[in-house]
Design a protein around this ligand. Structure first.
Ligand SMILES: Nc1ncnc2c1ncn2[C@@H]1O[C@H](COP(=O)(O)OP(=O)(O)O)[C@@H](O)[C@H]1O
Ligand SMILES: [Mg+2]
Length: 272
């Protein structure tokens, strides 16, 4: 893995990036309240971390934002669009992309094709007509391939495009997931524990890529992460959850010193 800074691959105009407003979000699963009246706002172009001990409701928050879970009550607005109640593909069509806590790649698919999958929502003529050699389709397909190569360079995957995703080290596979999400040209990127399970160099590299995404693409990022060093380095704002409730919200250096946050994390350290 190289340590040179990623090349920029800008596309999304910062003015296109809407504010994300989460208001009084509650999610109940058969008697268990996973989220209890949680509110936070993600400013356009910022990295907003959602942190908290295991079981705090971080993944549930993501699953509501991406349409996998339905909120019991509350609202999630991206600009003027209400996301709660929309199915995942409608939310994706509004420019929301996510990665998963566990790898969600097809092991035998090449890195190139894995990234191309991210272009799917953007194809006007569609891959089928490209296969049928319809007019315009070849040019459009060439544009998508070029963009995939740009994003591969941006994420440091350019030397691995022909390899099956499953043959790469774990850290690179996670970058393929991130690259695929970027290939959808999102306005809002949801990253669920992007450095979990990585080696120290992989963590550094991934943090660099996320920082470059923020600087270069100007999109908003919601980051769920356990690694506090990564959160402190990358986040503009932090929302802290504990047992489904918001216990703190603000700039990282303030939240880090908040007594309720220290207590929640000390409790976890004791059992970790
Ligand atoms: N599909 C589900 N059905 C029932 N309970 C769930 C489901 N998903 C999550 N939970 C519960 O909701 C709580 C929050 O989980 P989660 O959002 O995964 O926490 P985190 O990601 O912060 O570790 C936990 O108590 C978890 O067991
Ligand atoms: Mg989780």
């Amino acid at each position: 893995m190289t340590s040179s800074p990623p090349e920029t691959a800008p596309r999304t105009a910062a003015s296109d990036v809407p504010r994300l407003r989460v208001r009084d979000l509650t999610v109940r699963f058969a008697g268990l309240t996973a989220l209890d009246g949680v509110s936070f706002t993600v400013e356009p172009g910022s990295v907003h971390a959602v942190i908290g001990p295991n079981g705090a409701g971080k993944s549930t928050t993501f699953n509501v934002l991406s349409g996998v879970h339905r909120a019991t009550s509350g609202s999630v607005r991206l600009g003027d669009a209400e996301l709660t109640g929309l199915p995942p593909h409608r939310i994706a069509a509004l420019g929301v992309a996510r990665t998963f806590q566990n790898l969600a790649l097809s092991a035998h698919t090449t890195v190139f094709d894995s990234l191309m999958l991210g272009r799917h929502r953007l194809t006007r003529t569609g891959f089928l007509s490209a296969g049928l050699h319809l007019p315009g389709a070849a040019r459009e397909a060439a544009r998508h391939r070029e963009r995939v190569r740009e994003i591969a360079a941006f994420t440091g995957l350019e030397d691995h495009l022909d390899r099956p995703a499953g043959s790469l080290p774990y850290g690179l596979q996670k970058l393929v997931e991130l690259g695929r999400a970027l290939c959808t040209e999102p306005r809002l990127l949801l990253l669920d524990e992007p450095v979990a399970g990585m080696t120290a160099p992989e963590r550094r590299r991934t943090a660099e890529v996320v920082a470059a995404v923020r600087e270069g693409l100007g999109i908003s990022i919601v980051l769920v992460e356990h690694d506090m060093a990564v959160v402190m380095r990358l986040a503009d704002a932090v929302t802290v959850l504990d047992f489904g409730r918001r216990i703190a919200d603000g700039p990282p250096e303030v939240v880090q010193r908040d007594p309720a946050v220290v207590r929640a994390y000390l409790g976890q350290e004791a059992t970790a």
